[in-house]
Structures are given as structure tokens and as C-alpha cells.
Design a binder for this molecule. Structure first.
Ligand SMILES: Cc1ncc(C[n+]2csc(CCOP(=O)(O)OP(=O)(O)O)c2C)c(N)n1
Ligand code: SF4
Ligand SMILES: [Mg+2]
Length: 308
């Protein structure tokens, strides 16, 4: 890996403007997910959303942690970072502040984001950093072959809870609403058109947006399957829900059982983002990543060599 410091934008569009196709976003590696895994639908929805928004690959950075779902950046043609377990939001925060003109999208799993990464989740939301967080919530640890996760329902039998989980699950929707996220939505891998709309809305939103996706793990979660979700999920937009009503959003977020809402629960547009409030990003000199360093080049190279 070269330790050269980039001081000027070096990216060229992957396709000439106006010539984007859905294949533009196809990664060089095909996903190795199990046949039928819900994550295929999320990947396709994200690629379609980027295409329909006209975002070029070099304008987008996808960051993930570790897990089956977190392998997603390898399967999409954008900038990508596959980081440490639970650390995608921390790395994405640095990337966004370093290059605030990039569209930054984090992708990962329920274990990655709500378990080991829960601390970063809370603090990134309260800062209202302008990024999109897509959680492929399969209510299990898939990559490590089927242990209980923070969203596994109480009583669920898994490899690590053979007698049934005794813990209450996290509910990411009310948690995100009260935690400071300014766009909070849920989607289902079995309803891809709706998911595309949720993801497009999240990417267009200025501020921290969460899209929690029911993305079934067909191999290890035999409880929360496509068949289980299909009769239960009900689209909020079809029921007159008002996403600017805080109490209604929280109430609908708690709903679980025979009817489980998907859709946009909560959105507010009156709060500044973290980047809005950082004066150095608004002094007309462009993203930090392309500015001259305030230290001699040799010193910078030595620092990089030490850190690599
Ligand atoms: C620090 C650290 N702890 C534990 C692990 C093992 N590990 C890898 S992925 C994972 C859980 C993945 O679950 P989730 O985020 O829900 O992703 P999924 O595989 O279900 O998509 C765990 C515990 C790890 N890689 N690093
Ligand atoms: S183990 Fe589960 S989450 Fe992982 S690829 Fe297979 S179906 Fe998907
Ligand atoms: Mg999972």
C-alpha cells in the first residue's frame, strides 16, 4: 500500500455523466451469501437507489463492520471500507469529516451495529452526522453460525441459547427516534420496491438516517423467516402515518406481533448536522482530505509509516 498523501482530487468518473446504468454499481466480486439470504435484496435495493439518484460511484463511500451483511462493500462498485466488528460508524465519521462532500453509507448487521457497535450507534445519532446507516437485521449472528443477537426475540432458541434467550431484545426504531436520528425507517427484504424508496429517502436526507431492514437469515434463523414476516408487515405510508409526529412514531415503533409496521416512522429536518456546525468545513477551501497538511511532508510520511 502506498503511503503517499493525496493533496488533490484524483477520482475520475467510472462512466461519463448521463451514462449510468444499474450495472455501473455491480462489484467485481459476486456475493457469497447463502442462496435466499435477505441481504441480496438489500444490495440490489441500494444499487437501484444509487442509480435512480444519479450518484456516480466515486461520489459514494460504503463502510461496514464484520458479519455476513458487512461483506456488502465488496459487492458494490463504489468506494468501500470493510472495517472492524462494530466500528463502521466510527470510521465513517472520520471519513465524512475528512471528505464531507462524499455520500457516506454504512451497511452491517444487527450484531455489528446494535451489539458491539451500540456505543457508536448512540453517539453518531446524537451528533446528527449526515450519513445513511442500513442495518440488515436478521435477528441472529449469521457469520459466526447462529448465536443470539441484540434483536433476537425473548425465548428464541439459538446455538448460544439452547433453552431460549432470557434477554429482552433491543428495539432499534424507538431507540433511534429518541437517540437523535433524524430519519428513521424500516424495510423488509421481501418488499424491495418499498425498500428502494426508504433507502433513497435516507440518502437524500441531510442528517443521520437509519434504515433497519428485516433481512432474513435463511440458514440460522428459522423463526423470523420470509413466511413469518409476509403476513405481518404493513406499510406505514398506506395507513396515514405522520412521520413528523413524535409520539405516533414511537408508538408505531413499539408495535410488534400480528402487525409489524415498515416504512418511514420519523423524520425531522430542523436540526443542523455535525458538519454544518464545523466552521473549518465552511471556509471555502473544500474537503479536508485535499488540503495541504500543516506539517512537513517528511513528518507526515513518518507518522503514516508508524501508523500502518
Ligand atoms: C472484536 C470481534 N468480536 C467478535 C467477532 C466475531 N464476529 C464476527 S461477525 C459477528 C456477528 C455478526 O452478526 P451480525 O452483525 O448480525 O451480522 P450477520 O452475520 O448476521 O449479517 C461476530 C460476533 C469479531 N469478528 N470481532
Ligand atoms: S448465514 Fe444467514 S446471514 Fe449469512 S449469508 Fe447465510 S443466510 Fe445470509
Ligand atoms: Mg445478524
Amino acid at each position: 500500500m502506498s503511503a503517499a498523501i493525496v493533496t488533490a482530487p484524483s477520482f475520475a468518473p467510472a462512466t461519463p455523466p448521463g451514462q449510468l446504468t444499474k450495472d455501473t454499481y455491480k462489484g467485481r466480486i459476486d456475493p457469497d451469501w447463502c442462496p435466499g439470504c435477505g441481504d441480496f435484496s438489500v444490495l440490489a435495493a441500494l444499487q437501484t437507489a444509487l442509480y435512480e439518484l444519479g450518484l456516480k460511484p466515486h461520489q459514494v463511500l460504503v463502510v461496514s463492520g464484520i458479519g455476513c451483511s458487512s461483506n456488502l462493500p465488496g459487492f458494490i462498485n463504489t468506494y468501500g471500507l470493510h472495517t472492524l466488528h462494530g466500528r463502521s460508524l466510527a470510521v465513517a465519521t472520520g471519513a465524512k469529516l475528512g471528505h464531507h462532500e462524499l455520500k457516506v453509507i454504512c451497511t452491517g448487521g444487527d450484531g455489528d451495529g446494535y451489539g458491539i457497535g451500540g456505543n457508536h450507534f448512540v453517539h453518531t445519532m446524537r451528533r446528527n452526522l449526515d450519513l445513511t446507516y442500513i442495518v440488515m437485521d436478521n435477528q441472529i449472528y449469521g457469520l459466526t453460525t447462529g448465536q443470539v443477537s441484540p434483536t433476537s426475540v425473548k425465548g428464541m432458541k439459538t446455538k448460544s441459547t439452547p433453552h431460549g434467550s432470557v434477554e429482552n431484545p433491543i428495539n432499534p426504531i424507538p431507540m433511534a427516534i429518541v437517540g437523535g436520528a433524524t430519519y428513521v425507517a424500516r424495510a423488509f427484504s421481501g418488499q424491495q420496491k418499498h425498500m428502494i424508496e426508504m433507502i433513497k429517502g435516507a440518502i437524500q436526507h441531510k442528517g443521520f438516517s437509519l434504515v433497519d431492514v428485516f433481512s432474513p437469515c435463511v440458514t440460522y434463523n428459522k423463526d423470523n423467516t420470509y413466511q413469518w414476516f409476509k403476513p405481518r408487515v404493513k406499510i406505514l405510508e398506506e395507513s396515514g402515518h405522520d412521520p413528523s409526529d413524535l409520539h405516533q412514531a414511537i408508538d408505531r415503533g413499539f408495535q410488534w406481533g400480528e402487525e409489524i409496521p415498515i416504512g418511514l416512522f420519523w423524520r425531522r429536518t430542523d436540526l443542523p448536522t455535525l458538519e454544518d456546525q464545523e466552521p473549518v468545513l465552511h471556509d471555502g477551501q473544500g474537503p479536508l482530505a485535499f488540503r495541504k497538511l500543516g506539517i512537513p511532508n517528511e513528518q507526515a510520511q513518518a507518522l503514516i509509516a508508524e501508523l500502518l
